[in-house]
Design a protein around this ligand. Structure first.
Ligand code: UDP
Ligand code: MG
Length: 314
């Protein structure tokens, strides 16, 4: 029988995990596949790991993995995908914002021959207008900057088949913008539209500062256009400076040179200083990432891993 593993990264999701599990198992019962779920505890500080282990104790379809500390969602996901070993793998959030019931549709599309099936959000209940706006803006900026087409309004909720999973496992970069990487692998992709529900329990782990950093991560890992923008900004200011220089020269020749123009001088110095610092900062962003990448540290460390007992029997 074909196998399916559902990878669930969780960070402080203890309150909602049982409900999630119940709904997921209801879906498993409708699928004629050998299903298992892999819960990844991303260094939670609440009872998430205890809940995971108690689920594993009573259900043979549960596997658990505990990271040595909080590594962030992208790396928790990577750890899960590295460990998962099935014909098809589904990635889903633990907070029930992505309805597990959709997995049945993913599997149907997979059987039709698609390699990657992703959920596209039509609505996002329970999220603020500002979050929706910034998220929409981000996708549109990414679309312009990157050559990898990133599907709009798409989270990590998706199904990958063996080919896509193996391709993804080869990507070992530290700067992991998973959504981008999922799109980058290509193959036959299909979108399924769904309504995103509000969180079942707990609160979002992503505040605006984290989201902002996430956006920078996404842009810098998939595009070098910002670096080129710095070049253009430099060219533009140099050109403007030249035109202004000619203007000042001609004015001095024809009207003489009275010592004036202190405000202009100050303005130009401040402006150029600002542009230079900005360009330097931009280069720094890329350089810093290059530095982190060059260290080649392991992406994550595993504390404990337990396979599903249903898998062991085979
Ligand atoms: N998550 C994680 N590690 C983190 C932050 C989040 O594994 O450091 C998990 C979290 O438990 C959830 C998923 O990633 O299952 C999405 O997080 P969240 O719901 O907070 O993000 P949002 O839906 O608000 O974008
Ligand atoms: Mg969420």
């Amino acid at each position: 029988m074909q196998t399916l593993t559902v990878v669930v990264p969780a960070f402080n999701e203890g309150t909602g995990l049982r409900e999630f599990h119940t709904r997921l198992m209801a879906v498993f019962d409708t699928l004629d596949m050998n299903c298992s779920v892999l819960y990844v505890d991303d260094g939670s500080r609440d009872d998430t790991w205890t809940v995971m282990e108690s689920l594993r104790a009573v259900d043979a379809r549960v596997a658990t993995l505990k990271l040595s500390r909080n590594f962030g969602k992208e790396l928790a996901l990577t750890a899960g995908l590295d460990t998962a070993d099935a014909d098809a793998v589904v990635v889903i959030d633990a907070d029930l914002q992505d309805p597990p019931e959709l997995i049945a549709q993913f599997v149907a599309a997979w059987r039709e021959g698609f390699d990657v099936i992703y959920g596209t959000r039509s609505t996002r209940a329970g999220e603020s207008a500002l979050k929706k706006f910034t998220s929409a803006a981000f996708y549109r900026v990414m679309e312009r900057l990157s050559h990898t087409p990133l599907p709009r309004d798409t989270g990590d909720f998706r199904l990958l088949d063996r080919r896509a999973l193996d391709a993804l496992k080869q990507v070992r970069e530290r700067q992991r913008f998973m959504k981008g990487l999922f799109a980058w692998v290509g193959f036959r992709q299909k979108s399924i539209v769904y309504k995103r529900d509000p969180r079942f329990a707990g609160s979002s782990k992503f505040n605006y500062w984290r989201l902002w950093n996430f956006a920078i991560e996404g842009i810098t890992s998939f595009s070098t256009v910002p670096l080129r923008l710095a070049t253009y900004a430099g060219l533009l200011t140099a050109f403007a400076a030249f035109v202004f220089g000619v203007f000042v020269f001609i004015k001095a020749v024809f009207y003489g040179d009275v010592v004036r123009g202190y405000p202009t001088l100050l303005l130009v110095i401040l402006f150029l200083g600002g542009v230079q610092l900005m360009a330097l900062g931009l280069i720094g962003e890329y350089l810093g990432r290059l530095y982190m990448e060059a260290k080649r540290r392991p992406l994550y460390l595993i504390d404990e891993v337990h396979r599903a007992s249903a898998e062991k029997r085979q």
